[in-house]
Write a protein that binds this ligand. Structure first.
Ligand SMILES: Nc1nc2c(ncn2[C@@H]2O[C@H](COP(=O)(O)OP(=O)(O)OP(=O)(O)O)[C@@H](O)[C@H]2O)c(=O)[nH]1
Length: 347
């Protein structure tokens, strides 16, 4: 048991602060070596590029339905890591904001090879104090992420009043009275609040999810995809949720990914500001790494609805192509309009 490698699953809805927390963990003086596995919604990997850390290795899982392709991918990556044992002290899995944590957590129990060598240390859920209340109404994944958490990081307390904070905390407690909860700005928590918790409690999960340990028969899928449209699970999906929580895949969620060359900041800044102000309610998440003309540093922007952040970060490396990449995630996005607007910012 004790020589099993601990795995921390980092979850939380789009833009809650998972990468912020991950970077905080990785930049702290910990003297440990972590393997980081990220799984991103959207065609162009941006997140893995924003994870800092010279010592860590970052592995990217495929996009897609976490219960099918991604789970196979997760197993494959972990098995690969196991072959190189001794090199890592722990594994951290950052799931997409749209992922249901159940199938990820389940992997550590139902897959024999994985469960022989790795143990789920804790599910850590980052919650956005500003937006969680809204998401609990329209995004079942957000609720499941809270329900499954052993540790909850209630982040972005700077964006809400004391009353709003108390309200969102009460909502969290109504779903999950057990998790240890930390209120933070910029996900500032001590490392030991998140790692090495030995907190995953299978009995509690079986109470809320009685079928958690049951592997499906490989054909039967009764997880609810949120609407009438039938979801085709790919081969290899052996995932079956019985009773307990409802599990959804939000198939209305789209991502628009754009690549272009150098960008003119004089065009880009007003465009992105205007776009996120106008379309902010629909754009749940936006992010990009931009090559501004005549600028040696990479400009990184991050948006959650209409709240935008952006700054110049590290230099472009000599061997790196000066390419701009943008991703927008949301419902009912006008992809053509967004794409045309972005391309018009070319330098
Ligand atoms: N105001 C405020 N902004 C924050 C805080 N923590 C993180 N952010 C910002 O929120 C945005 C999203 O943070 P990320 O850490 O990228 O969120 P994420 O959960 O990894 O996002 P996805 O992986 O896309 O789902 C970034 O612009 C952060 O700088 C906070 O405590 N307060």
């Amino acid at each position: 048991m004790s020589d099993k490698i601990p795995v921390t699953v980092l979850t939380g809805y789009l833009g809650a602060g998972k990468t912020t927390l991950l970077n905080r963990i990785l930049t702290e003086q910990h003297g440990k070596k972590y393997a980081v596995i990220v799984n991103e919604f959207g065609e162009i990997g941006i997140d893995n590029d924003l994870v800092v850390g010279a010592d860590e290795e970052v592995f990217e899982m495929n996009n897609g339905c976490i219960c099918c392709t991604v789970r196979g991918d997760l197993i494959r990556i972990i098995e690969g890591l196991m072959k190189r044992r001794g090199k890592f002290d722990a594994i951290i899995v950052e799931t997409t904001g749209l992922a249901d944590p159940a199938p990820v957590a389940q992997t550590f129990f139902v897959d024999q090879d994985v469960s022989d060598k790795a143990r789920l240390d804790a599910v850590v859920t980052v919650a956005d104090a500003k937006w969680l209340t809204e998401r609990l109404k329209d995004a079942p994944e957000a609720k499941n992420q809270i329900a499954f958490a052993d540790v909850i990081i209630l982040n972005k307390t700077d964006l809400v009043s004391a009353e709003e904070l108390a309200e969102v905390e009460a909502r969290i407690r109504a779903i999950n009275p057990y998790a240890v909860l930390h209120k933070t700005q910029r996900a500032a928590v001590p490392l030991d609040a998140v790692l090495g918790r030995n907190a995953f409690d299978l009995d509690r999960i079986l109470e809320i999810e009685p079928a958690f340990l049951e592997e499906g028969d490989g054909h039967h899928h009764d997880h609810d995809h949120g609407h009438a449209h039938d979801h085709e699970c790919g081969p290899g999906c052996d995932h079956d949720h019985g009773g307990g929580l409802k599990h959804y895949h939000d198939e209305h969620m789209q991502s628009v990914s754009i690549k272009l060359g150098e960008v003119d900041p004089e065009k880009f800044m007003p465009w992105i500001n205007d776009l996120t102000q106008r379309e902010g309610p629909k754009i749940l998440r936006s992010k990009g790494i931009l090559a501004f003309k005549n600028e040696p540093k990479r400009f990184v922007f991050q948006g959650v609805h209409m709240i935008l952040d952006g700054d110049l970060q590290r230099d472009w490396k000599a061997n790196e192509e000066r390419q701009s990449r943008l991703v927008f995630i949301g419902r009912d996005l006008d992809g053509d309009m967004i794409r045309a607007g972005a391309l018009a910012c070319a330098a």
